[in-house]
Design a protein around this ligand. Structure first.
Ligand SMILES: NC(=O)c1ccc[n+]([C@@H]2O[C@H](COP(=O)([O-])OP(=O)(O)OC[C@H]3O[C@@H](n4cnc5c(N)ncnc54)[C@H](OP(=O)(O)O)[C@@H]3O)[C@@H](O)[C@H]2O)c1
Length: 300
């Protein structure tokens, strides 16, 4: 498929509260380094390349960028790169960040933030991005414990005007119900893709039924997770890709978008060609037959 003229609105738009975004967005986790994210010996990404990818993304119509203060390598920070590349920010740009996890300046992981520490993490993002408020903040958690206190702390920051909208990440349906009883939730960001968490299908649908965006991560990387795409792929995915003159990564993105109008893509890359391909995937329409072939792969 050709990627020349496709822009990030090809798959339509979705409203995160009062903020309208194109369904093809961009994830910033791959920008600070080449290779595996969070590796202690990570090789910093070429600064010019990272900035070029961000600017090209916006040129292609990307107006939803996912980031975090803990996305950094020894010499690069995703938030700093975003600010350098894009400030003063376009009016329609929605930057979504996440809090909860934290890393020491040396890169070591810290304990997840307590409710009291979440404010500092929000402020850290504000300082790094050079903004007075954050568009969307996801509470990123591990485990199944209650999120009421932590989400409540973020709801207070929302009331104070530091945060416009809230989301939650790495969560269960029970967490979503708990959060919604405290404050509106505009998005759920969880790991999901072809063959990744088929048991999550019902939750993905349920988010749509509640008017909440579902934003999958690792939808290309799959089981490669933070190490990235492995290069191995199911023959069925390859075959569908060949039929469209597309790549398996594009088929993976198109498949997630086909799960419902509320599903947003945030593919991560530091490669300018992959960026163009990922945006172009918004125009890739899978037939009913292709979707059923991929459904079988998804369910193993
Ligand atoms: N909430 C959470 O817990 C959480 C966790 C992880 C990630 N995230 C967010 O979700 C975003 C998406 O995850 P991700 O960055 O792992 O993205 P992904 O889209 O699943 O996969 C990225 C991997 O695929 C490669 N890739 C990207 N586009 C490609 C293409 N067109 N063809 C071939 N390979 C391609 C990338 O390498 P190249 O750089 O070589 O393209 C990288 O190895 C992250 O950037 C981050 O913002 C959130």
């Amino acid at each position: 498929m050709t990627s020349q003229t496709t822009t990030a609105d090809a798959a339509g738009t979705w409203d995160l509260g009062d903020l309208r975004v194109n369904r093809i967005g961009f994830g910033a986790m791959r920008l600070p380094q080449t290779g595996e994210a969070f590796a202690q010996d990570a090789v910093p990404r070429d600064r010019g390349q990272a900035i070029g990818v961000l600017r090209r993304a916006v040129e292609l119509g990307v107006n939803h960028i996912d980031t975090a203060a803990f996305y950094f390598s020894p010499l690069r920070s995703a938030n700093e790169l975003i600010r350098t590349a894009l400030a003063p920010y376009p009016e329609d740009l929605v930057i979504t960040t996440k809090v909860g996890p934290g890393r020491a300046p040396s890169g070591e992981w810290l304990e997840h933030a307590t409710p009291e520490l979440l404010r500092g993490q929000v402020e850290e993002n504000l300082r790094q991005l050079g903004r007075d408020h954050l568009d969307v903040v996801n509470l990123r958690i591990v485990g199944t414990a209650s999120i009421a206190e932590r989400f409540g702390a973020l709801a207070e920051l929302r009331d104070a005007g530091l945060v416009r909208h809230l989301g939650i990440s790495n969560v269960t349906p029970e967490h979503l119900a708990e959060a919604r009883a405290i404050a509106p939730v505009v998005c759920v960001q969880n790991m999901y893709g072809i063959g990744v968490r088929p048991e999550h299908d019902g939750f993905v649908r349920a988010c749509g039924e509640q008017g909440i965006a579902f934003v999958p991560f690792y939808s290309i990387a799959g089981t490669g997770r933070q190490a990235g795409a492995s290069g191995t792929e199911h023959e069925e995915v390859r075959a569908v890709a060949r039929a469209h003159g597309a790549s398996p990564a594009q088929v993976r993105l198109a498949w997630t978008l086909a799960r419902g109008p509320h599903v947003l893509a945030i593919p991560g890359t530091g490669d300018p060609d992959h960026l163009e391909a990922n945006v172009a995937a918004g125009a890739l329409h899978l037939s009913a037959e292709e979707r059923s072939v991929l459904e079988a792969v998804h369910h193993g």
